[in-house]
Design a protein around this ligand. Sequence first.
Ligand code: GLU
Length: 491
Amino acid sequence: MTIKTRFAPSPTGYLHIGSLRTVLYNYLYAKQKWGKFMLRVEDTDRTRLVEDSIDNMLKILEKFGMTPDEGPNKDWGNGPYIQSERLEIYHKYIKELIEKDKAYYCFCTPERLTELREEQQTLKLPTKYDGHCRFLSEEEIKEKLDAKIPYTVRLKVPKDEIVEFVDAVKWKISIPSKDVDDQVLLKTDGFPTYHFAVVVDDYLMKVTDIIRWDEWIPSTPKHVLIYRAFGWEIPNISHIPPLIWANKKKLSKRDWDVAVEQYLEKGYLIEAIINYLALLGWNPKTTEEFFSMSELIERFDLEAVHKAGAFFDVERLDFFNAHYLKNTEIWELYEKFKNYLREYDNDFLEKISNYSDEYNKKILSELSTKIKKFGEYKEITTYFYWEYSFPTDDLILNPKMKLENREDVEKALNISLDILENEKFKSIDDLKNLFIVKIKEAEMKNGQVLWPTRCALSWEKFSPWAFEMIFILWKEESISRIKQYLKKKQL
Ligand code: GLU
């Protein structure tokens, strides 16, 4: 049998970073077993709908290299894959359960149900439906249906069974069925509940393995009972731990901080996010930390996923991102960077397009170890792309380095000019050697020359060192900047 996993989100507007991990685990599990990964959209809660969610979701999954093999994007004969387009199917299966006497019409009004719940709460009893409509006669039902009284359909939960399941993550549940509510399967608006639709769809769409957040554990016995009512085989259901912010708050589904889009916008690399998420909850049982997608497919083990919540720590994500920034070939990194700008900062892309690829790549390669993510890049490259700006006296004068006045600075900069105009160099090391010799000859200290040089070249408080600046800007531009500075000072 072909293994099939699925991701079944409600289209509530954005993709939660925790849901992306759910996608990842489902994807890895399916791919490892040469199976299929499917997307199904669960939009039966009509109050939470957000337009464009599905397209958005598909775009993100594609970016992460996890395009569903089957789903709204690709029908493999099990569609439609959007629940609101499957109402007829649900009605057919509701009818089947009613005919089998496994489900019943419930005509209780919302007022009665509220009263019932309040009463149970006062008596400190579990809040459950009391079975009021469970035993209506056929005539009574017909009468109410003819009178068009709004109804729901509820599962006729057997009273004498034990509902049990053990999952791959080692959750073991066993509860008497009498403790399970006669849950609503079909709502008054004709839409199925999540519980009913999820079971019908997973069955009809031939899902073999369900991997979802452990917040669904309390729902699983309900699902087991629906499978049993139909006489269907129950797929493997596994529950993975929640993500917890480093401050211990569970990552809420409606909190924008947790949107995957946020991380893309900040400029984290796909590989870094995948690698980090994979390890949030799964123990690879090795000291290695860096895994590519294909390595993850090979090594992922659902049984090595733990139960305890996993801390989501942005600093750890930064650490993974730094690793990938440092270890990606420069041509590839440059392509990724341009793609990033194309999406999030087209103006800056246009700006850098006025310079040669060689120049841009040199900067990226020098700076990729100094930034944590692409989003920080623009701010620290102003001096490579913006028109020359003069460093302030406050910045360039530095009494500790014996740079007390204009003459000191001029003297230092003339040493740099001399090297740039008269010496040959090919690398940062060449530059270093030349400067060391000349500075020594002038009986000065390294900082005394290098500090004003780097300030004259970059005019910012923080920038790469003088040698790196020269190496990137190269001869002409470095000479021109130093001269501009010296000229201004003479005015
Ligand atoms: N629609 C549910 C959700 O939004 C899916 C739960 C499941 O995977 O069964 O999380």
